[in-house]
Design a protein around this ligand. Structure first.
Ligand SMILES: [Ca+2]
Ligand SMILES: [Ca+2]
Ligand SMILES: [Ca+2]
Length: 405
C-alpha cells in the first residue's frame, strides 16, 4: 500500500494523473498501471504516467566506457570468491545476489514470476565517496528486482576517482548475448555520474541530510508465454530536466526463471544494499553516506514498500553507522554526512541566489496553495511568512558542512 504522501501533490496533477494517483492510493496498482498509455511508465512517487525516451544512442555519445572488464571486477566472481572466504555454502551464493548491508527480501515473500520492478532513489557521489585516502578496494550500491536473471543498476566507487553508474546484466548468455557480445553475467557499461546531470537531483533525506540521488527503475518483465518465455531486462533513469524516463538499457532473452521467493532458491534475495568485499579484521575506510530512499518493488501486480513483513535488514559493519532507517525501504550508512540547514530551499548545501528566488516565489503562501514550498517553510507551521523570512535572512550565505558522525 502506498503512503499518504502521494495525495499531497494531487492538486497539481492532470486528470489522468489524478486517476492514476487514485488507484495507487487505494492500492489498486494494476489498474493504475493500465491507465498509463503505452510509451509511458508510471512514476510511482508522483503518480504520473511519464513518457519514455530512448537515450541509448545519446548516452554512447556522452562517453559510456567499455572498459569495465578491465577496470571493475565482475560482480559474480567477486561475490563467489568472497562467499568462499567467509565459508558460505555454494548453494547460498547462487547468482544474482549480494553480500553486504541493507535490505534483504524475505524468503517466502515478494514473488516475481511475471514481473519484478524495483524503484529506488539511490544516493550517489559523483566526486567519489571518500573524504580521505584510506584504503578502499570497491564499494557498490545495488539492488535486484527479485527475478533470477535480472539486471542491476550499480553505484560504483573505488579508492580514487569519481563515482560511476554501472549496468550489470545476469541474463547474458551464448544463446542471448548482451551488447558487446557478452555471453555470461557481465558489466555492460559504466559511466561517470558527472555525465548524467539531468538524472541527479538534491534531496533532504529522512535523516535530515543532504543527498544527491538517482531515481531508477530496474525491471525484468515476462513478455510472452513461449517455451521458454521471452523476458526483457530494462533500466530507466528518471530525467529531472524533462520529467520523463530515460530508457538507458534493454536486453531480451528466453528463459524459465527460477522462483527466487521459494525457500530453497538463493537467487535475487537482496533489495537495496551496499556491498563491500573487505576481509574481517581489515580496516574499514571512512566514507560519505551511501544509501537509498523510498524503495518500492512492483512484483506480479503488487507494490511493496519493503516493510519488515516482507524484508529483513542487515546492519552495516562498524565503524559505519546507520544514520536513518525507514524499515526497510530507506536508510543511510557511512561515516560522513552533510546536514541540511534552514534556508536551503533547494537542498543543495548552500544558501544563495537560487534559494532566494525559490523563497520569494513561495513567500506569502500557505500549505495547500500552489506556490507553497515546504522547503521554504523553515518552522514548518504551514505558512511562509515573516518568521521564515527572518530565518532566511540570517542564514543567507551559509554553507552546510560535512560532519563526521
Ligand atoms: Ca541551496
Ligand atoms: Ca546553491
Ligand atoms: Ca513558516
Amino acid at each position: 500500500m502506498l503512503s499518504n504522501r502521494l495525495i499531497i501533490i494531487i492538486g497539481y496533477m492532470s486528470i489522468q494523473a489524478l486517476i492514476v494517483a487514485f488507484f495507487l492510493q487505494i492500492g489498486d496498482v494494476a489498474t493504475a498501471r493500465e491507465v498509463c498509455q503505452s510509451g509511458t511508465l508510471l512514476e510511482p512517487y508522483s503518480g504520473v504516467c511519464a513518457p519514455i525516451n530512448d537515450v541509448r544512442i545519446k548516452l554512447r555519445g556522452g562517453g559510456i566506457q567499455n572498459l569495465p572488464n578491465q577496470l571493475v571486477p565482475n560482480l559474480m566472481q567477486l561475490r563467489t570468491q568472497y562467499a568462499k572466504r567467509l565459508g558460505i555454502e555454494d548453494e547460498q551464493i547462487q547468482a544474482p545476489g549480494g553480500i553486504g548491508a541493507g535490505t534483504q527480501y524475505l524468503r517466502g515473500s515478494l514473488q516475481a514470476l511475471e514481473r519484478g520492478e524495483l524503484h529506488t532513489k539511490m544516493f550517489v557521489h559523483p566526486t567519489g565517496i571518500q573524504p580521505n585516502n584510506l584504503e578502499l578496494d570497491w564499494l557498490f550500491t545495488t539492488a535486484t528486482n527479485r527475478v533470477e536473471q535480472c539486471v542491476e543498476v550499480v553505484g560504483i566507487y573505488s579508492r580514487d576517482g569519481p563515482g560511476s553508474l554501472g549496468v550489470f546484466d545476469w541474463s547474458c548468455s551464448a544463446g542471448y548475448p548482451c551488447e558487446g557480445e557478452k555471453t555470461g553475467p557481465e558489466w555492460i557499461w559504466t559511466i561517470d555520474f558527472s555525465e548524467l546531470p539531468c538524472n541527479m537531483v538534491y534531496i533532504k533525506d529522512q535523516g535530515g541530510h543532504i543527498q544527491k540521488i538517482v531515481h531508477y527503475a530496474n525491471l525484468s518483465a515476462k513478455m510472452d508465454n513461449g517455451e521458454p518465455p521471452l523476458w526483457e531486462n530494462v533500466i530507466y533513469l528518471w530525467n529531472y530536466c524533462e520529467q520523463s524516463w530515460d530508457y538507458v538499457y534493454g536486453h531480451s532473452y528466453r528463459r524459465h526463471q527460477i522462483d527466487c521467493s521459494q525457500y530453497d532458491n538463493y537467487c535475487a534475495w537482496w533489495g537495496p544494499i551496499l556491498e563491500t568485499f573487505i576481509d574481517a579484521g581489515d580496516p574499514y575506510p571512512e566514507i560519505r553516506e551511501v544509501g537509498f530512499e523510498d524503495s518500492l518493488l512492483y512484483h506480479d501486480g503488487q507494490w511493496s514498500w519493503l516493510t519488515p513483513e516482507e524484508t529483513a535488514f542487515v546492519n552495516p559493519n562498524s565503524p559505519w553507522q546507520l544514520f536513518h532507517f525507514d524499515p526497510n525501504r530507506g536508510y543511510g550508512a557511512g561515516n560522513y554526512a552533510i546536514e541540511a540547514i534552514d534556508g536551503d530551499c533547494n537542498n543543495d548545501g548552500d544558501i544563495d541566489g537560487s534559494d532566494l528566488a525559490l523563497f520569494v516565489a513561495a513567500y506569502g503562501s500557505a500549505a495547500g496553495e500552489p506556490n507553497y514550498n515546504p522547503d521554504a517553510d523553515f518552522n514548518g507551521d504551514g505558512f511562509i511568512d515573516y518568521n521564515d523570512l527572518s530565518v532566511f535572512a540570517s542564514a543567507f550565505g551559509q554553507i552546510s558542512l560535512q560532519t563526521r558522525l
